[in-house]
Design a protein around this ligand. Sequence first.
Ligand SMILES: *Cc1c(COP(=O)(O)O)cnc(C)c1O
Length: 461
Amino acid sequence: MFDNDDVELLRQASAKLCEGFAALPGFDVAVPGAERMADVLSLTAERLQNNYPYFHPLYAGQMLKPPHPVARLADALAMQINPNNHALDGGRATSAMEKEAVAEIAAMFGWREFVGHLCSGGTMANLEALWVAGQRGAGARGAGKTILASEQAHYTHKRISAVLQLSCESVAVDACGRMGLNALEERLARGDVGTVVATMGTTATGSVDPLPEILRLREKYGFRVHADAAYGGYFALAGNLGDAARAAFALIAEVDSIVVDPHKHGLQPYGCGCVLFRDPAVGQLYKHDSPYTYFSSAELHLGEISLECSRAGAAAAALWATQRLLPLAKDGEFARGLERGREAALELYRRVSHSEKFVAAFAPELDIVVFMPRAATASEASVHSRRIFAAAAERGLHLAIAELPARFWEATAGAMRLDRETMTCLRSVLMKPEHLDWIARIWERLEAATDAVADGAGKPR
Ligand SMILES: *Cc1c(COP(=O)(O)O)cnc(C)c1O
């Protein structure tokens, strides 16, 4: 939350910004009085109270994480100019900042030569990647354009493919939520595949598709590989991944395109996704002749390499400032934050696995834990999951629920009867560094909520 120190930092930076425009003659702006604005802002604040406390460590549910203070301040600062990164005419400084910040993200994945840009989010970024895939797709053998993504890939790929009129098929996952290699190879052998989407951290469980093996299959069958690292991309910097995830991230430079969301794990406000292509020539596909935008410079205008037109330059200023403060370096402060979230997830997984009350699915590959309450059947556990979700919220702990294949519990279910194909389970995304310090308190509330539900369930009706 903004405090006096933040306001003072913003005031100082604003004064600095104004120095750049000091030569202009003054002019009057019609603004309503401070009193009326205060009234409206107070009403706005009141309305905004109707939210889960996303910024607090006891919010351990969905993928929500507060932007870094420096990102919020840089965003507010840039908002006074409200630059538009579509063209250099609309956002000179922020276009340069975007190019620098995006180059740093590409370097994190090992790319020096590439073409890429920011966009409104992972959906738009994936749309551009699949749009390019549709034109470039058709691997070495020049055959089809079908896109393959795992059953656990983000649902956006199916919808995007429909928009692009490309066929998109699902590949079965293994018991850990990763793309199944046998299923993939079987489908590849039938031909017609242009692109395989490797999800580097699925949205539901943070599972990382087996990129080394997918790349090996690319040698044999020839297809494009798109890495959807919208959620997991920054874990390329984490030093505490398991062997499989580490091996996958180590080869990410070999793919054709990458999507990563700075507004997920990159500490940015919403409205900041990023798409990168290994082959800079992809830029030509975006070619268009605008009669009115690109006059000020022969330099690259970002609108010449992106599908969206108007875009917030403030998002680039926020990202640039954040990466200046917290460089994207292995062993750096930013990487440490990711590692702490992962440690928190491993600790929660450890507690869940050792508890009589729960059954964990597989060990987390990133920082997401999925588990269910112990019960006689999957059906019963599903009902209890929903009750625990609500009982935890009453105790100030906010989790998420997910509908996942019951197969994910195959190895751990023991005597529990898996009487359903899918089951409703509890899911916790531990993406804030503070989560690590709060695990004991999270656990306490989770156990209390679970006991309350068990007591309720035990009572005669
Ligand atoms: C979140 C997510 C998306 C969609 O991104 P938005 O920023 O929500 O549009 C796509 N793929 C994966 C793997 C994601 O986690």
